[in-house]
Design a protein around this ligand. Structure first.
Ligand SMILES: [Ca+2]
Ligand SMILES: [Ca+2]
Ligand SMILES: [Ca+2]
Ligand SMILES: [Ca+2]
Length: 477
């Protein structure tokens, strides 16, 4: 099942999920897009996330149970500050669910920190943070998210980097902090004291994989700091930072297989020494991990033999990969069946086949390695020639296994058929001469015999038995 891991998670309701931090809970569903489903419990609606296959929750809270802060730590600088993080019953996300959200505030020159209790991401190489919020904060104050992988000794800020920040705030992309200017169309930055509306909720998503994947102790904190010694601003001061539905999920690996573009060699004949080119890349987008450099192969089957393979090699820094089947593997006239397999460099090693198939060998592309030679005789001698001769016959003959014989067969005046070997006059060019006298009528054909063990042949003309001409002769009247 393919899903876009850069999109926000969906939520569905389930009582067992209600307001607790949890781990290794997998919900098998393949729904796509942003979706909240609701489940009525005791007359109230609760919402829970729907996770794509293979994705597990590492941390989840909606602050809705009787101990809404049981999965987080609240701290303040200076430490004497209290109750600057508290629940509010007038807001929640999803907006149609029941329960509460938390609201963070700051005093002048103070910092308020909401820290998630530690969780492990061991064995998983993709990690995402999702949450919903309204940052009704003046421009000089700072709402940021930090993480620690050393038990809280050092903290690093999450930036608005492409492919790391997956939310919709263009402001955060450049500033890496949230204020009321992060969503200026919704968060009413021109009215500092405006009361947030339910419609202001925004969902954010961070791909934290490069920073916190496969770690035994991961901590995340929401960090709200006064930047201008006035707390949330002069009266009417800003509302603060509303947060809800904080969710950390992980999966073993990105799950999107590579892409292969290839023009199939089908139907007609191809060379015995055949190179195969394919454009191979990992899936586009932020989850691309690249192609395993030893992970692109051409699998082939000669006639009814077993399946074998050769590696395809990347051509420099291009996306072109080339594999070669040559006469050490293929004989003239063989039927070749082949397919291409590419593996990405993710931990899961996602696989793509061309032609697309579930298991290796389900389907092949089929072609015949060069069998009959190629013969070109572009200037056949036909009709009345108004010359007593001799007549020069030119032909080009080629074959993947080489030309064993170039044959000129002719008869004069319905006499016996004379078979001659045309001398090679350089490259693929063969030439011979038919000697005639005035009035002779001549029939002839040319034929190439290849150098394969089976001595495949091709003659011209291929539709009638002979070319025929008359040397000079009486003028037509
Ligand atoms: Ca809630
Ligand atoms: Ca302030
Ligand atoms: Ca991939
Ligand atoms: Ca041949």
């Amino acid at each position: 099942m393919r899903y876009d891991q850069t999109s926000l998670l969906m939520f569905l309701t389930s009582k067992s999920w209600r307001n607790r931090w949890t781990s290794r809970l997998t919900v098998g569903t393949g729904l796509l897009g942003l979706l909240w489903a609701f489940f009525a419990t005791n007359g109230s609606l609760n919402a829970q996330p729907v996770l794509p296959p293979g994705v597990q929750a590492r941390f989840f809270t909606t602050f809705d149970n009787v101990n809404p802060f049981d999965s987080v730590l609240r701290s303040y600088i200076p430490a004497s500050a209290v109750a600057l993080w508290d629940t509010v019953g007038t807001y929640r996300f999803p907006i149609n669910s029941s329960g509460k959200a938390v609201r963070g505030r700051i005093n002048p020159n103070s910092t308020s920190i909401l820290e998630l209790k530690p969780f492990s991401t061991l064995g998983h190489f993709k990690v995402w943070l999702d949450f919903a919020h309204i940052a009704k904060l003046e421009f000089n104050d700072t709402a940021i998210i930090q993480y620690s992988v050393d038990a809280g000794v050092t903290w690093t800020r999450l930036l608005g980097t492409t492919c790391r920040y997956l939310g919709a705030s263009t402001d955060f992309r450049s500033s890496s902090r949230f204020t009321q200017f992060s969503y200026p169309a919704n968060w009413s930055p021109s009215v500092q004291g405006a009361t947030p509306l339910a419609s202001w909720w925004k969902q954010e998503r961070f791909d934290m994989s490069p920073f916190v994947s496969n770690r035994p102790d991961v901590r995340i904190r929401f960090f709200l700091k006064d930047g201008n010694n006035n707390g949330l601003g002069t009266v009417p001061s800003a509302y603060g930072w509303l947060l809800d539905s904080i969710l950390v999920t992980s999966s073993f690996s990105e799950g999107i297989p590579p892409l292969i573009t290839h023009t199939a060699l089908t139907g007609v004949q191809f060379n015995i020494n055949q190179s195969f080119t394919a454009v191979v890349r990992d899936s586009l987008g932020c989850d691309s991990t690249g192609i395993d450099t030893a992970g692109v192969h051409l699998f082939y089957r000669i006639n009814s033999g077993v399946i074998d393979s050769v590696r395809m090699l990347r051509q420099g820094t291009t996306l072109n990969w080339v594999g070669i089947l040559d006469s050490t593997r293929i004989a003239d006239g063989d039927t070749v069946r082949y397919l291409i397999r590419a593996i990405d460099s993710s931990p899961r090693r996602n696989i793509r086949y061309f032609p697309n198939q579930v298991s290796l060998g389900d389907s092949f592309i089929t072609y015949v390695a060069s069998r009959n030679p190629t013969v070109v005789h572009s200037a056949p001698v036909v009709g009345y020639q108004f010359s007593p001769g001799p007549f020069v016959i030119n032909a080009q003959m080629s074959d993947a296994s080489g030309i064993d014989s170039a044959i000129l067969a002719y008869s004069i005046n319905n006499g016996p058929l004379l078979i001659r070997r045309m001398p090679n006059v350089g490259g693929i060019n063969y030439r011979d001469t038919i000697f005639t006298v005035d009035g002779d009528s001549v029939r002839y054909y040319v034929e190439a015999v290849d150098n394969s063990p089976r001595r495949f042949r091709r003659k011209l003309p291929d539709t009638t038995a002979f070319y025929s001409f008359t040397a000079s002769g009486p003028p037509l009247v």
